[in-house]
Write a protein that binds this ligand. Structure first.
Ligand SMILES: NC(=O)c1ccc[n+]([C@@H]2O[C@H](COP(=O)([O-])OP(=O)(O)OC[C@H]3O[C@@H](n4cnc5c(N)ncnc54)[C@H](OP(=O)(O)O)[C@@H]3O)[C@@H](O)[C@H]2O)c1
Length: 327
């Protein structure tokens, strides 16, 4: 059987989930693609850590070892931060690999450049996992709404913030107490500022902006607010009026201007995001012909994020199969 050789950059929450998911869904992948998917290499940072990996997988801290894997076709990237992932993915494209990334910070800043480069080298980029984990918002917009004009998006893009707001309301607890339990449950990181100060949702919104409008607003002109200043008193007063605070990322176009904002907002029962609770993400898309479409689901976590990356992978290879069939 044909083999598709792939490599993973990063073996943390997402990378390990992806490794397990590719192996546990080998049958489905083979039926779909007519090929076995072989994870040939894994890039990590700390060579001392114990990893559960098959013996035939090359485990390395040197990215050149990954680039030198013969017949490597796909690089999955799940490392943290802008550098060195941008550099690594640029090199992987130059080497002729398709790339699939979960790295929102990097992709918000360098996505356009990577997409341009991918076109130049005739390879594909999958980035579904950068925006809402397992919720297929990128594919919905890119493939299912090709003729519609997307007029506006309102979304809950940070599960940690939504979890904290939900728990504060339901259990009448202050922010710090709920943040601590979010950290204990693994929903929030040791340094939670990206999540609770709104930056995580901002990066995701900027990726959506590129997809929707082919450009981003000036980052300095986007109002970004987190949830750390909302008091329990505010949440309970709203609750008494049947209102809920939601952390909402919003983007729309007004003429040539892109208007984007990220921050807490009061919603009532009629608002489409009012009932989105816990760690879920949700995206409400207002399209010119289809009307209002909402999608909801797990916005982060090991397997939901791996799911988005594997679906990107399957999509890229199905397109290749279709292209071969046409020639
Ligand atoms: N966690 C989620 O639910 C989620 C959801 C969507 C998107 N993402 C994105 O996915 C990416 C990975 O997140 P994660 O939660 O899996 O992070 P994580 O658990 O901290 O894992 C990061 C992995 O990357 C490796 N790594 C970090 N810097 C590296 C470098 N310079 N060179 C080589 N390897 C390096 C680490 O190596 P060691 O193991 O050796 O330390 C680790 O295996 C991030 O960009 C994140 O924003 C995460």
């Amino acid at each position: 059987m044909t083999v598709i050789k792939v490599a993973l950059l990063g073996f943390g929450t997402v990378g390990e989930g992806l490794y397990e998911s590719i192996n546990s869904h080998q049958q489905q992948l083979q039926a779909l693609l007519g090929a076995e998917v072989h994870i040939a290499g894994v890039l990590i940072q700390d060579s001392e850590k114990q990893r559960r990996l098959a013996e035939d997988v090359l485990v390395t801290t040197n990215f050149n070892d990954i680039l030198n894997i013969p017949d490597l076709q796909v690089v999955f990237e799940a490392i943290v931060g802008e550098d060195p992932s941008y550099e690594y993915l640029s090199k992987a494209i130059e080497r002729g690999c398709d790339i699939i990334t979960a790295n929102k910070v990097m992709f918000a800043k360098h996505g356009e450049e990577l997409l341009r480069k991918a076109r130049e080298y005739n390879v594909s980029i999958g980035y579904e996992a950068t925006v809402a984990g397992g919720v297929p918002v990128i594919r919905t917009i890119a493939q299912l709404l090709q003729v519609n004009r997307v007029e506006k998006i309102q979304a809950i893009l940070n599960g940690t913030s939504n979890f904290i707001l939900t728990e504060m309301r339901k259990n009448e607890l202050p922010f710090e107490t709920v943040l601590k339990s979010a950290q204990d449950l693994g929903y929030a990181e040791a340094d939670p500022s990206n999540d609770v100060e709104g930056f995580d949702a901002f990066y995701k919104l900027m990726i959506l902006s590129n997809l929707l409008f082919g450009k981003q607003p000036d980052w300095h002109e986007v109002k970004v607010e987190g949830i750390s200043e909302i008091s329990n008193h505010q949440i309970q007063s709203a609750h008494q009026k049947n209102e809920r605070y939601k952390h909402i990322a919003e983007i729309k176009k007004d003429g040539d201007q892109i208007i984007a904002s990220v921050g807490p907002a009061l919603t009532n029962e009629d608002h489409p995001l009012y009932n989105i609770e816990g760690v879920d993400n949700a995206i409400v898309i207002k399209a010119s012909l289809a009307g209002t479409i909402a999608i909801q689901g797990p916005g982060a976590g090991s397997y939901p994020t791996a799911s988005a990356m594997i679906e990107d992978f399957a999509h890229i290879f199905q397109n290749k199969k279709a292209a071969y069939a046409l020639t």
